[in-house]
Design a protein around this ligand. Structure first.
Ligand code: GAR
Length: 204
């Protein structure tokens, strides 16, 4: 693997975490990763417009009408074409097929807006408030077959304030996400650039 890891960022919506990853890299080009592709299952995703403005390569295709396996197989081909070595999910709101997760095992990161293992899945901020938690936060983790259950690489806590509603809490957690994800991605890329992860299958 080269010194800098070629990363694809997968988005489905506004893409603010994608921007945070790209900005971190722009501020210091010697970072351990290159953002080589932005990919989306939602062609009208707002983040794609931003990616274009930032001069990032992008690919989008709607998953509607395709099986999960069929869509992921197409995505996998595109990732291979762009020589991607690591996939960073950033608000990618679609479950991945077991085959895809297996192929990219150890090379698939996600950011989740809770302190995992608390509040896996959706609607995390409302659930943290309902549970009376003292802290919310975000987690960067490796993706495995079970939803939001892979090993946690990094977390940042956010104190829940008495006046918080789901929206105000989500906004502060998002700021924490933007700090955490770039640093966690950079650290992980440093780790795998020098390590011998299983080779990706040669699909040429
Ligand atoms: C982020 O809060 C991210 O943690 C969350 O979606 C939002 C995407 O925002 N992801 C999940 O809930 C995944 N389970 P963004 O598109 O502005 O980065």
């Amino acid at each position: 693997m080269a010194d800098r890891v070629r990363v694809a960022v997968l988005i489905s919506g506004r893409g603010s975490n994608m921007v945070a990853l790209a900005e971190h890299k722009r501020r210091d080009p010697t970072r351990t990763y290159d953002i080589a592709l932005i990919a989306s299952n939602v062609p009208e995703a707002r983040g794609l417009v931003v990616a274009k403005r930032l001069g990032l390569k992008s690919w989008a295709k709607s998953h509607v009408g395709l099986s999960r396996e069929g869509f992921d197989a197409e995505l996998d081909v595109v990732l291979h074409e762009h020589k991607i070595e690591l996939v960073a999910l950033a608000g990618y709101m679609r479950l991945l097929s077991p085959g895809f997760v297996d192929t990219w095992s150890g090379r698939l990161l996600n950011i989740h807006p809770s302190l995992l293992p608390a509040h896996r899945g959706l609607d995390t901020h409302r659930r943290a408030l309902m549970a009376g938690d003292e802290f919310a936060g975000c987690s960067v983790h490796l993706v495995t077959a079970d939803l939001d259950a892979g090993p946690v690489l990094a977390q940042e806590k956010v104190r829940i304030l008495p006046r918080d509603d789901a929206e105000s809490l989500a906004a502060r957690v998002l700021e924490a996400e933007h700090r955490l994800y770039p640093v966690a991605l950079e650290e992980y890329c440093r780790l795998i650039a020098g390590a011998s992860l299983p080779r990706l299958p040669d699909r040429s």
